[in-house]
Design a protein around this ligand. Structure first.
Ligand SMILES: *[C@@H]1O[C@H](CO)[C@@H](O)[C@H](O)[C@H]1NC(C)=O
Ligand SMILES: *[C@@H]1O[C@H](CO)[C@@H](O)[C@H](O)[C@H]1NC(C)=O
Ligand SMILES: *[C@@H]1O[C@H](CO)[C@@H](O)[C@H](O)[C@H]1NC(C)=O
Ligand SMILES: *[C@@H]1O[C@H](CO)[C@@H](O)[C@H](O)[C@H]1NC(C)=O
Length: 195
């Protein structure tokens, strides 16, 4: 009789711990801080309709003088004897303006680098962020990663963005507006899908 009671209480003890640990593991599974991955609805992130924006601005690449905004930070031993400057890497913090004049309204900056990436023509690897400071785009960025080969109109992919440009994708068209020893001005037309 005593044995049966003992066996019964051991059984209930085991049952209790089984239920307790099961419910604990359920609680852990439902604790959002413990979940690695789950599906969410776009509306839970405030995402509504996808929009297409067209941005138009001028990019100022100032390579010398006391107001230089682009400077060579690395090169290969053979860069200076290469007809295509192969191996040079230039870091930039170039202003973006509404009009071609440098003293017109600044809408942001192009921050990043370009590298001379071809041994047979002047072809740049562009890795940069457009960091906007104007209007509803203030504080938002677009990321560009692409090939910029010297020609009339160059096309570079927009691979993403932040702020109002979260989930961005699109392309940038670059056309040289003027080209001098000190400053090159490039007109940009950017087409970007975002929410
Ligand atoms: C540098 O910028 C300042 C302020 O915008 C301007 O007054 C000056 O003329 C510029 N200097 C050169 C060499 O472009
Ligand atoms: C190559 O040319 C650049 C620009 O003129 C200069 O700053 C750099 O020192 C040169 N590098 C070498 C290795 O001569
Ligand atoms: C901008 O610079 C141009 C000359 O390059 C000058 O004619 C114009 O008045 C300037 N505009 C402003 C707003 O300073
Ligand atoms: C952009 O945002 C920054 C930081 O929030 C603010 O200081 C600045 O005044 C804003 N600029 C414009 C042009 O709205």
């Amino acid at each position: 009789m005593a044995t049966t009671n003992q066996q019964r209480s051991i059984f209930f003890l085991i049952l209790f711990f089984a239920i307790f640990s099961f419910s604990t593991s359920l609680a852990v599974a439902h604790d959002p801080s413990q979940v690695f991955s789950k599906y969410v609805s776009p509306s839970s992130l405030g995402l509504k309709r996808e929009k297409l924006s067209h941005l138009h601005f001028y990019f100022h690449d100032i390579v010398s003088g006391k107001n230089a905004t682009a400077m060579r930070v690395a090169e290969a031993p053979s860069t200076n004897t290469s007809a295509t400057f192969f191996g040079a890497i230039v870091m930039m913090d170039d202003p973006l303006t509404i009009k071609p004049e440098i003293n017109s309204t600044i809408v942001g900056r192009a921050q990043g680098m370009y590298a001379f990436a071809s041994q047979s023509d002047i072809s740049l690897l562009m890795v940069l962020n457009f960091a906007f400071t104007h209007g509803k785009f203030n504080g938002s960025t677009l990321s560009i990663l692409g090939r910029n080969r010297v020609s009339t109109v160059r096309e570079m992919p927009i691979v993403g963005g932040s702020g109002v440009f979260r989930f961005a994708r699109g392309y940038a068209l670059a056309k040289t507006y003027s080209n001098g020893q000190v400053e090159t001005i490039v007109e940009y037309n950017v087409y970007v899908f975002h929410y």
